[in-house]
Design a binder for this molecule. Structure first.
Ligand code: ADP
Length: 267
């Protein structure tokens, strides 16, 4: 990856973290570790805390306890430092302002830009690489407000790719993507993880996790029900208890990385 940040395998550690909204706690002494060099998928029913956890890790939610991100205390990171380290794709953000696709992708470079200076060749190179990754080349001069939901989602993903963060936090990043761009996105995220990034993505599609995740983390009612290597933690009994519905798995296929996967279905 062009101009990749120096990634030193630091991951995310949470130690007895409490957080919520107003007086209502979503997490009560949550401890977990999201390793660098891995693509971890967050799964769990609606309201289990996936978005809240991503918001917290993105610095958008107050908490008590300790959270360490890429070797730094999350609480002590300034927004500028956080911008260089953490790339966040939120769920259904609005893109109604009159910017073009190119301008929105370039904004991903803002945390790297020096005060009062313009975009550098490196900034433009990173943005164009992100544009290629998300296949946005033909719509660079279009206003983002005129794009379809899936196209907007690709623009926001490209913005985070241009940012070149050490930690990627993604909340249902493929909810509006077609199969081609879903595949491109998760192949790209897996590549970033192989290069040392910490990648945490909330998804609903269990088979997407079976295919691309290194690890899975199942949340329910703000607690971690299972967390581990995809081959171990993704199984009938975990799925049935987390989602309160029986699951069947069938067939067996080879993942691109040569590992076996099963196909899951609620029954
Ligand atoms: P998930 O992403 O797993 O669907 P969330 O993290 O969005 O779950 O929600 C966890 C809990 O926090 C739910 O009970 C939800 O209703 C509540 N919640 C989420 N966002 C807010 C908010 N902005 N204000 C108050 N409660 C919220």
């Amino acid at each position: 990856m062009r101009g990749s940040p120096s990634v030193s395998g630091r991951g995310i550690q949470l130690d007895r973290v409490c957080a919520g909204y107003g007086g209502r706690r979503v997490f009560d002494r949550l401890s977990a570790e999201f390793p660098s060099g891995a693509l971890t998928m967050l799964l769990g029913p609606n309201g289990s805390g996936k978005s809240t956890l991503l918001r917290l890790l993105g610095g958008a939610l107050p908490f008590s306890g300790n959270a360490v991100l890429a070797g730094r205390s999350l609480r002590r990171l300034s927004s500028g430092q956080r911008g260089k380290l953490v790339g966040m794709v939120s769920q259904s953000p609005s893109l109604s302002f009159p910017f073009t696709v190119e301008e929105v992708v370039l904004l991903g470079r803002l945390p790297h830009r020096k005060f009062l200076s313009g975009w550098t060749t490196e900034d433009r190179g990173c943005a164009m690489e992100a544009v290629r990754e998300m296949e946005l080349g033909e719509m660079l001069s279009r206003r983002v407000s005129s794009l379809s939901g899936g196209e907007k989602q690709r623009v926001l993903i490209a913005q985070v790719i241009a940012q070149q963060p050490e930690v990627f936090l993604l909340d249902e990043p493929s909810s509006a993507l077609d199969p081609r761009h879903t595949l491109r996105l998760f192949r790209f995220l897996r590549k970033c993880a192989r290069e040392g990034a910490t990648v945490v993505a909330a998804v609903h599609d269990i088979n997407l996790a079976a295919e691309y995740a290194d690890s899975v983390c199942f949340l329910k009612n703000g607690r971690i029900e299972a967390f581990g290597d995809v081959e171990e933690a993704l199984n009938d009994s975990v799925l049935s208890s987390v989602y309160d519905v029986p699951f069947a798995s069938f067939g067996a296929d080879l993942r691109e990385d040569g590992r076996w996967r099963r196909v899951w279905r609620a029954v």
